[in-house]
Design a protein around this ligand. Structure first.
Ligand code: URA
Length: 236
């Protein structure tokens, strides 16, 4: 059980500074269990809390764990320079909660992007010691050959890497598409590995992290969803 005053609760959910949240409450914009609550000092039980703000129902979440089906031409960087940032695809209050991408996808890579405001989770997920398989579908400029697959499985030497990097698994989907599973998350890794093996990546999509598959979440490109405990467990 944990309680917060109503103004602190709203603030914690990213709806604005405390003063602004107090004004919203006093203006009768917040209701809980069908009752408008205008006392910002009211002690609110946050476990399992649902509240209505501006006629929209929200569930209290201590932390946010999100999957975005990232479209092309969005940047993961906090200060995007050439394209809009992925945060612009989420509700505005998530930005105030300092939600950030867990690792990065290139601006032209599409697919599964984890996002969270839980620093410990982000840190654990991004640790190089973690060997979580990440599955990508790459479209290639040149045809996919058995020799290409062999090279990617055996390991290719990338500039600035001390040792060759190998795919955990790799298979041809068709003439110009392959599925590749990596356990590291080096900069431009799939594209650089393909180039080092003599082919070139024309398009890249991440389709799974750990045992969690993007297609199980039923998201159109640009759509996002919350991850619940059972789904988080699949990221291990
Ligand atoms: N590898 C890449 O080359 N790009 C990505 O966005 C992810 C993995």
């Amino acid at each position: 059980m944990s309680k917060l005053t109503l103004d602190r609760m709203l603030q914690s959910q990213g709806f604005g500074a405390r003063k602004y949240c107090r004004a919203l409450i006093e203006d009768g914009e917040v209701s809980i269990g069908g009752e408008v609550v205008t006392d910002y000092r009211a002690q609110i039980e946050t476990d399992g809390l649902q509240f209505t703000l501006f006629d929209e129902v929200w569930t209290y979440r201590e932390h946010l764990y999100i999957v975005l089906n990232k479209p092309a031409n969005f940047e993961c960087s906090r200060k995007p320079s050439h394209h809009p940032g992925v945060l612009t695809l989420l509700p505005e209050q998530f930005m105030w909660r300092e939600v950030q991408p867990v690792g990065r996808l290139d601006h032209d890579t599409t697919g599964m992007l984890l996002m969270s405001d839980d620093g410990a989770f982000i840190h654990a997920q991004s640790s190089p010691k973690r060997h979580v398989p990440k599955l990508y579908v790459a479209s290639t400029h040149e045809a996919v050959t058995p020799a290409l697959i062999e090279q990617l499985l055996a390991g290719v030497q990338l500039h600035d890497e001390p040792a060759p990097l190998a795919a955990v698994s790799c298979r041809a989907i068709d003439d110009h598409r392959l599925e590749i599973v990596l356990e590291q998350g080096k900069y431009h890794q799939v594209k650089r590995m393909l180039a080092a093996a003599g082919n070139h990546c024309a398009a890249l999509r991440r389709t799974a992290i750990g045992q969690l598959r993007l297609d199980s979440l039923d998201l159109e490109e640009g759509e996002w969803c919350y991850l619940e405990m059972e789904q988080l467990a699949l990221l291990a």
